[in-house]
Design a protein around this ligand. Sequence first.
Ligand code: PXP
Length: 253
Amino acid sequence: MAGTGKATAALRLGVNIDHVATLRNARGGAHPDPVRAALLAQEAGADGITAHLREDRRHIRDDDIARLMAALRVPLNFEMAATPEMQAIALKHRPHAVCLVPERREERTTEGGLEVAADAERLRDFIAPLAEAGARVSLFVAPEEPQIEAAAEIGAAVVELHTGSYCDLHAAGRDAARDAELRRLYTAAVLAQQLGLEVHAGHGLGFDTVGPIAAMPEVVELNIGHFLMGEAVLVGLGPAIAEMRRQMQAARA
Ligand code: PXP
C-alpha cells in the first residue's frame, strides 16, 4: 500500500484473551484463567489487552473484567454491545478504551461492523457518557465511507476496521477479491485518519494476513485473539506474541 510520506506511527498490538475464557468455561472451572493469560501477554510485549463481555457471557464474565482492571499495567480495551447493561458496566470499571461491536446471540463471532450511519442519534447519546468518563470510544466498522463519516460525526475517538472479510477471502483463495477488500480497507483507513479518527484494525488476523494491514501507516493498533490463542496452544503464548510482533514490525518497515 502506498505510504503518505509522513513518519509512520508505531503499531500497537492488543491481545484479545476471550478464548482463554472459552477454554476455561468448557469445563466450568477456573483454569485456564484469562487474567493469568493477560498478564503473560503483557509480559510478552502486548501493548494492551482486549476482552469482550458478551451478553450471553459465553467466554469473559463480569468478574474477569473486574480482575483485569485490578491486575493490568497495560490498558484494557473493553469490547461490548451498545446496550444499557454494558454501558453501566463500562461506567463502573472505567477501562482505558471501550470498543462498541454489533452482537447477535446466534453468531459464532462478531459478524459485520456496527451500523453507525443508521443508528447515529442513539449512538451519539450512548457514547457521550463513556467519553465523559474518560474512555476512548472505538466503533468496530466495516470499511465503508458512510460508517466512518458517521463515526467521526457522532464524536467517536477511534474506528476499528473489520478485517474479517479480507481474512475470509484470503483463506478461500479468492485473491482478486481479497486484494479489492484490502484496497477498501486502505481507502477507509485514509478517510478515517483525514477525519481525525485514530485507526485500529482487527478480526481474523494471523501470520499469513497481518502483513498488508500492518503495512498501512494510518493503522496504529491491531487487535488479535483467536489466531494467537490457537498458536499459543502449539508454541506457547510468549513465542506466539513475539512472532506476531516480529511480523508486524517487518511489514511496517
Ligand atoms: N476486534 C474486534 C472488534 C473483535 O470483535 C474481535 C473478536 O472478538 C477481534 C478484534 C479479534 O478477532 P480474532 O479473535 O479473530 O483475532
